[in-house]
Design a protein around this ligand. Structure first.
Ligand code: SF4
Ligand code: SF4
Length: 405
C-alpha cells in the first residue's frame, strides 16, 4: 500500500470532499492548522486514542478508526498526520481509500504563528521527525528506519510511582545498565537497520546513572542521529561529564514536571539553560497502564488492544535485549511475564546481520499482540486516566504470570 501514498498538494482536494486527518497528536494539530490556513476545512480527526462518541479537539470531531468504514471512498481524502505514521498497522481500514496523503511539504512550508498549536520549541522537531518517518512511505526506500529507540540506562528511579507505565514500581533491586553490554547491543542493532530517527534515553531516572553521559555521547556521536531525547523527572541536576554530554545541538532534555515531587525542577532548568542545553518541561497526563496482571479479553479485544496501543512500536533496548514496547520490556526483564521467543531479540548474541534484520523487521512490523498484552491494561482511548505520580514506599509485589493468550 505504500506506493499509493502521496505527499499532499492543495489541488488534491476537490470541493465537497470529506477531509480526514488521521491522528490527533501534535502533527495532526499542526496539519489541521496548515490545511485550514490554505482554505481546506478538516471534516474529522480520526484517532483511536481520543475518539469516543462526543470527542472533539478544538471544535473538530474526533472519530475512531472504525468510523472510516462509513465514509464514501470516492469523496474522502485521508491525510495521515499520525505522529508515528503507524497506519501501516491499519491497512484494512485504509485500503478502501484511493486518496491517501502525508503532509510533509505542507508542514514544511507553513508559517506557524503564535496562535498555532504545539509549543513553538517543539514544532520543528515534530515536523522534521514526521518528514523522516514519511520518507519510506513515499519512496519505499529505507524501510527499516526505526521511528525511535528507547535506550534504558538504569532500572533505578528517584521516585516510585504506583502507576509507572515503565513498571519501575516493581523493581526491588534495580540496577544500572551494563554499558559495555548496552553499547555492543546498540551497535549490533544499528548494523542491521537503516537508522534510528530518535533515541530516547530513559530509566527509571536516567540521571541516577552517573555514567549515562557515555551513552548520550555515543548516541549523539552517530553519524546520522537526528535527535537524542533524555527523559527526566526533575529530581536530579546532572553535573560533570553527564551535564557536558547534554550540550549537543541534537540533544533535548524533556522534564516531566511532577510539581513538588520534581524537587530540583527549577535548578535543573537553570543549569540546563546556563550550559546551552535545550529542554522542555511538561506536566504529565497518565492512563492506567502501569499494572501487571491478566486482563480478561476476547481474542478480538486483545487484538484491538494491541492495534490501538499508542506505544506498540516503541522499541526498547533493555539489558541487551530488544522489545517492542516498554511494558513488554520491563515485564519480561522483571521475570513477571514469560519469555516468548518472537517477542524479544537477544542482542547479546552475535547474529548474522541479515537474520537480525529480518527478526527486527518482523518485530517492528508485527500485527499480532505480544504475550505481555494479555497482562497489560493497554494504552489507548479506552484506558482510564489516573492521577500521575502517586508514590508508594515499597516496591509492589510481583506476581509471576504464566500461560499466554
Ligand atoms: S513514572 Fe515515576 S517511577 Fe516511573 S520513571 Fe517516571 S518518575 Fe520514575
Ligand atoms: S504490552 Fe501490548 S498493550 Fe501493553 S503497552 Fe505493550 S503493546 Fe501496548
Amino acid at each position: 500500500m505504500t506506493t499509493r501514498i502521496k505527499d499532499f498538494e492543495p489541488g488534491d482536494v476537490r470541493p465537497g470532499d470529506t477531509v480526514v486527518v488521521f491522528g490527533a497528536g501534535d502533527v495532526a494539530q499542526l496539519a489541521r492548522h496548515a490545511l485550514e490556513a490554505i482554505g481546506v476545512p478538516v471534516s474529522f480527526l480520526c484517532d483511536p486514542l481520543l475518539a469516543d462518541d462526543s470527542a472533539a479537539l478544538h471544535g473538530t470531531p474526533v472519530l475512531p478508526p472504525a468510523a472510516l468504514e462509513q465514509l464514501d471512498p470516492e469523496t474522502t481524502c485521508v491525510l495521515d498526520a499520525w505522529d508515528h505514521t503507524r497506519y501501516a498497522r491499519q491497512p484494512a481500514l485504509l485500503a478502501r481509500f484511493d486518496r491517501l496523503f502525508v503532509v510533509v511539504s505542507l508542514l514544511s512550508r507553513t508559517e506557524f504563528g503564535e496562535a498555532a498549536p504545539v509549543l513553538p520549541a517543539e514544532r520543528p522537531r515534530r515536523i522534521a521527525h514526521y518528514a523522516a518517518l514519511c520518507e519510506p512511505l513515499l519512496t519505499g526506500a529505507g524501510r527499516l528506519r526505526l521511528r525511535s529507540l528507547d535506550v534504558v540506562v538504569t532500572e533505578a528511579c528517584t521516585m516510585r510511582c504506583v502507576d509507572c507505565s515503565n513498571l519501575m514500581q516493581y523493581y526491588a533491586h534495580p540496577r544500572h545498565s551494563d554499558l559495555d553490554e548496552l553499547h555492543a547491543a546498540l551497535h549490533r542493532l544499528l548494523a542491521a537497520v537503516d537508522g534510528v530517527e530518535e533515541f530516547r534515553v530513559l530509566g527509571g531516572e536516567p540521571f541516577a546513572n552517573p555514567r549515562a553521559g557515555q551513552v548520550v555521547r555515543t548516541l549523539t556521536g552517530l553519524a546520522d542521529t537526528a535527535r537524542v531525547v533524555v527523559y527526566t523527572n526533575g529530581t536530579i541536576v546532572p553535573r560533570g561529564d553527564l551535564l557536558e554530554s547534554l550540550a549537543d545541538p541534537r540533544m533535548l532534555v524533556k522534564i516531566t514536571d511532577y510539581g513538588d515531587l520534581s524537587r530540583r525542577h527549577d535548578a535543573l532548568c537553570d543549569t540546563l539553560t546556563d550550559h546551552g542545553v535545550a529542554w522542555v518541561s511538561q506536566k504529565p497526563v497518565w492512563t492506567d497502564s502501569g499494572r501487571i496482571g491478566r486482563v480478561d479479553r476476547t481474542s478480538e479485544e486483545l487484538a484491538r488492544t494491541f492495534r490501538d496501543c499508542c506505544v506498540n512500536d516503541l522499541l526498547t533496548l533493555l539489558n541487551g535485549r530488544l522489545y517492542l514496547c516498554p511494558f513488554s520490556a520491563n515485564a519480561m526483564n522483571l521475570g513477571a511475564v514469560p519469555d516468548a521467543a518472537d517477542d524479544v531479540i537477544d542482542l547479546r548474541r552475535d547474529w548474522p546481520t541479515d537474520e537480525l534484520r529480518a527478526r527486527i523487521e518482523a518485530l517492528y512490523h508485527r500485527h499480532r499482540p505480544l504475550t505481555a498484552c494479555s497482562f497489560c491494561r493497554g494504552r489507548d482511548h479506552t484506558t482510564p486516566m489516573v492521577e500521575p505520580a502517586i508514590q508508594v514506599r515499597r516496591p509492589l509485589p510481583l506476581t509471576v504470570v504464566s500461560g499466554t493468550r
